[in-house]
Design a protein around this ligand. Structure first.
Ligand SMILES: Nc1ncnc2c1ncn2[C@@H]1O[C@H](COP(=O)(O)OP(=O)(O)OP(=O)(O)O)[C@@H](O)[C@H]1O
Ligand SMILES: [Mg+2]
Length: 183
């Protein structure tokens, strides 16, 4: 994939399908340019046996086609930079996917338009709470839909056009004041 944000969209889609009520997406880059992506959910989780096979493209609960590619592609994107991907899951509790990337590698795929990815996720699942953080040693960008929901009250959907426009601007401002979202 051309942008890591598309892998994020894909793998977070699994959390949505798993019935998660809360999803955490964090990007954390250290001073050496090692980037850690972590996606956590409180969805249905997977058995040990499924976790063991989950990075194999032929493991899928899809019925429309027999090949699931979300996790194998993230694993590939990570490993081609010298990083690795780990999936931890417990049936009935949830799942955490962690992938590391060496941003200095020529095979590192830039993060790209993570704002669009977040907005797409929120519009598609306005009832799910998302906690997004993007940290480098210099800055932190953060969006917590729980905080937003508390301010908006129950009447207003997070997916409504005004709220979506606000979220876009809120995130853009945080990135712009700290040097942009592209890595
Ligand atoms: N967060 C999760 N919670 C519960 N099950 C998961 C989770 N992530 C993955 N799985 C299980 O692992 C399988 C493989 O996921 P993967 O994203 O690789 O492929 P897919 O979702 O089946 O297909 P695709 O992503 O190509 O549309 C899923 O079908 C699902 O059964
Ligand atoms: Mg998937």
């Amino acid at each position: 994939m051309k942008e890591l944000s598309l892998n994020i969209l894909d793998v977070t889609g699994n959390s949505v399908t798993a019935g998660a009520k809360n999803i955490g997406i964090s990007l954390t880059e250290d001073a050496d340019g090692m980037l850690t992506l972590q996606i956590t959910d409180d969805g249905c989780g997977m058995s040990e046996e499924v976790v063991a096979r989950v990075t194999d493209p032929f493991t899928t609960s899809r019925t429309t086609r027999k090949v699931g590619l979300g996790l194998p592609l993230l694993k590939l994107a990570s490993e081609q930079t010298g990083g690795q991907m780990e999936v931890r899951s417990k049936l009935g509790e949830g799942t955490t996917v962690t992938a590391t990337f060496d941003t200095k590698s020529i095979d590192f795929t830039p993060v790209g338009d993570v704002i669009s990815t977040l907005v797409t996720l929120i519009m598609g699942s306005p009832d799910i709470d998302f906690l997004f953080t993007d940290r480098t040693p210099e800055r932190e960008v953060r969006l917590d839909t729980k905080e937003l929901r508390a301010v908006l009250g129950d009447e207003v959907s997070l997916g409504s056009p005004d709220v979506i426009a606000w979220i876009k601007e809120y995130l853009s401002e945080q990135y712009n004041s700290t040097g942009g979202q592209d890595q």
